[in-house]
Design a protein around this ligand. Structure first.
Ligand SMILES: [Cu+2]
Length: 155
């Protein structure tokens, strides 16, 4: 009886995680996880971060935003999204899986902590110098400014 219950529990866990991974219909694309954190795991002095804050993905890959810490969301930044791509926005403290089909650069922010520098950059596919220049031109406030500068310097 015990083992039968265990089996049911295991199947339930398996089915649950399977359906979550399947929820975005990633269709064979790779899933890249970005954690939303109060404190960086690699540099504890860094507060309010997406980790990793830069992701290189292929067209059709999915990004999974995980609310590891509470009090965060993830949403696209105006003018930092490729032409023809859909903007997206997660609810506070909720996981969001998005499939990115359009190549280019996506700027991401956490609404409550944008000024504190809680931003991320996602590159999908190859991007031209012009695309990088356009995205790098977007003005930012507070710590978001410095963190974007660092991310663009790495492209
Ligand atoms: Cu946040």
């Amino acid at each position: 009886m015990f083992s039968r219950c265990m089996a049911i529990v295991l199947v339930a866990i398996f089915c649950n995680s399977y359906s979550v991974a399947n929820a975005a219909d990633c269709e064979g694309g790779k899933v890249h996880e970005i954690k939303m954190l109060n404190k960086s795991k690699t540099d504890p002095k860094m507060k309010m971060v997406f980790e990793p804050s830069f992701v290189l993905a292929a067209a059709g890959d999915c990004i999974k935003f995980t609310p590891t810490s509470k009090g965060h969301n993830a949403e696209t930044i105006k003018k930092m999204i490729p032409n023809g791509a859909k903007k997206f926005k997660s609810k506070m403290n909720k996981e969001l899986i998005v499939q990115l089909d359009v190549e280019g650069l996506y700027g991401i922010k956490c609404k409550p902590h944008y000024q504190m520098g809680m931003i991320a950059l996602i590159q999908v596919g190859e991007v031209s110098e012009d695309v990088i220049k356009e995205a790098a031109k977007v003005k930012h406030r507070g710590k978001a400014k410095d963190r974007f500068k660092l991310l663009f310097a790495g492209l």
